[in-house]
Design a protein around this ligand. Structure first.
Ligand SMILES: [Zn+2]
Length: 474
């Protein structure tokens, strides 16, 4: 169905590490009779683990991309659980997946994602590594090596930016970003599309955009900036979209882990402020690190979570995983997770979480497309009341009105009308709601979106490196 909201909004899971380009596959041997032996590891190595369960044996391997997969003796079926394989990709209903170049640079020489993948219509988007530069992980990412990797591996690529929060360095950062972009435009594969990036807030963002603008690029990404608070953040996103939508066919908002903000952006897509709005989020991955399953049951309409490490959640016997995704329907028993290595559990739980999250997004897109605003607000109340409280829900209702007024009358008027939400701490959605971490207990294993480090010396050091690179390119 062309022009439906499903085509105007994309959720893109981020931080997906494609283990050795292989992902994970599971061979299954079924037993006719249920045995009482429970769970036992029969055999394991660096690349496989063979587990007994009450009614089947599972042989889990990370070698799934071989030309002719070798069936272990006597096994009946094989399920590929690689993100880049057709079956799981269709099962996940995954239209876009985001990889980060820094997870792949200097590794796996020769192999390419695209050659190995059999993806059916799903798009691989690459994050450039700019965030990792700003975070202090690297002081230089070679544009020459990166464009070579991007040419071989992905469909869409974020340009190589140098994010920072120092007002006096913004112009230099923008100029370096533009030089990196020019270099990539000259060296890219003919059908590799670039996504430009806009940094800064309010007028600074528009000035930044003037410097980095290139007419050959018709997709634009901007930071979610949720550390500013939800209204200032949404103001900035709406301002960025509305000031540039005469040129771009696609706007991408980076790092949207707040599901209320995600619904507001779905609503913005419905109002047609951009032909396509996409967002990326690492929530699915973050929760996998907490050993937490996102469960989405349409009957309840809200996402809930279940801790797979806590046997107290289950009644007696061997509890079955309460989900029909390819991971859960292959492993069948929750206890299997306890037998597996941590990185395999992360990958499998993450894949399950993406499945749940995709269904949550799809369901809400359907609702937002087909229902009037009052019904959408009622749905927000029923989904978020228990987690965010009555005030949080009221603020999210106001956020929809703010988005609508921005689209109809411009961001300046909308900001004036909703001014108190920008200043009154009482009415701003509390900071802890900025991520989904309030759904789960304990500390995250990944950093959620935070303000960039105000380390001007570090930023200047990075900028110097790129100035030397571009001077030598002459
Ligand atoms: Zn599942």
């Amino acid at each position: 169905m062309p022009n439906s909201l499903q085509d105007k909004f994309r959720y893109c899971p981020a931080g997906i590490k494609l283990r050795a380009y292989a992902g994970i596959g599971v061979y299954t041997k079924f037993h006719k009779f249920r045995r009482s032996s429970g769970f036992r590891v029969r055999e394991q190595s660096k690349h496989h683990i063979w587990v007994d369960t009450p009614d089947r044996e599972l042989f889990i391997t990370d070698q799934t991309m071989m030309d002719a997969p070798h069936y272990p003796e006597g096994f009946h079926t094989f399920t590929n659980l690689s993100y880049l394989h057709d079956g799981p990709s269709r099962d996940l209903d995954q239209q876009m997946v985001m990889v980060n170049y820094t997870d792949h640079m200097n590794k796996y020489d020769g192999a390419t994602l695209r050659n190995q993948a059999t993806l059916d219509g799903s798009i691989i988007l690459a994050d450039s590594g700019g965030f990792q530069l700003a975070s202090g992980d690297y002081d230089f990412i070679d544009p020459e090596y990166e464009i070579d990797w991007l040419n071989r591996n992905v469909d869409l690529a974020m340009v190589l930016d140098i994010p920072n929060s120092a007002p006096h360095l913004m112009v230099r950062s923008a100029q370096i970003q533009k030089k990196n972009t020019d270099y990539w435009l000259a060296h890219r594969r003919h059908d590799l599309e670039l996504v430009n990036i806009m940094h800064g807030v309010e007028e600074d963002a528009l000035r930044y955009h003037e410097i980095v603008f290139d007419p050959a690029i018709d997709r634009l990404a901007m930071g979610g900036l949720f550390y500013l608070g939800i209204f200032p953040s949404m103001y900035n996103v709406m301002s960025g979209i509305l000031h540039t939508n005469d040129h771009y066919k696609h706007h991408h908002v980076l790092g949207v882990t707040h599901r209320g903000a995600m619904m507001a952006l779905m609503y913005a897509a419905k109002l047609g402020v951009s032909p396509l709005i996409s967002v990326d989020s690492s929530s699915a991955l973050q929760l996998s690190c907490y050993r937490t399953l996102y469960l989405y049951d349409r009957m309840e309409d809200s996402l809930r979570t279940e801790d797979i490490g806590n046997k107290g959640n289950y009644s007696t016997g061997h509890p079955r995983l309460p989900c029909s995704c390819s991971v859960c329907s292959t492993l069948v028993y929750a206890d299997v997770f306890r037998e597996l290595r941590g990185d395999i559990v992360d990958a499998l739980v993450c894949m399950h979480n993406i499945h749940s999250f995709n269904h949550w997004v799809k369901h809400n897109l359907y609702l937002i497309e087909n229902e009037p605003k009052e019904s959408i607000k009622a749905a927000i109340t029923s989904q978020f009341q228990s987690g965010y409280g009555p005030q949080g829900v009221k603020d999210m209702h106001a956020l929809l009105d703010f988005v609508e007024m921005s689209a109809e009358k411009g961001v300046a008027k909308a900001k004036a009308r909703f001014d108190r939400y920008f200043h009154s701490t009482k009415n701003i959605i509390p900071a802890k709601m900025i991520s989904d971490q309030d759904l789960v207990k304990g500390e995250g294993c990944l950093a959620s979106e935070t303000a960039p480090k105000n380390d001007h010396e570090w930023t200047e050091h990075i900028l110097n490196q790129y100035e030397i690179f571009h001077a030598s390119e002459g």
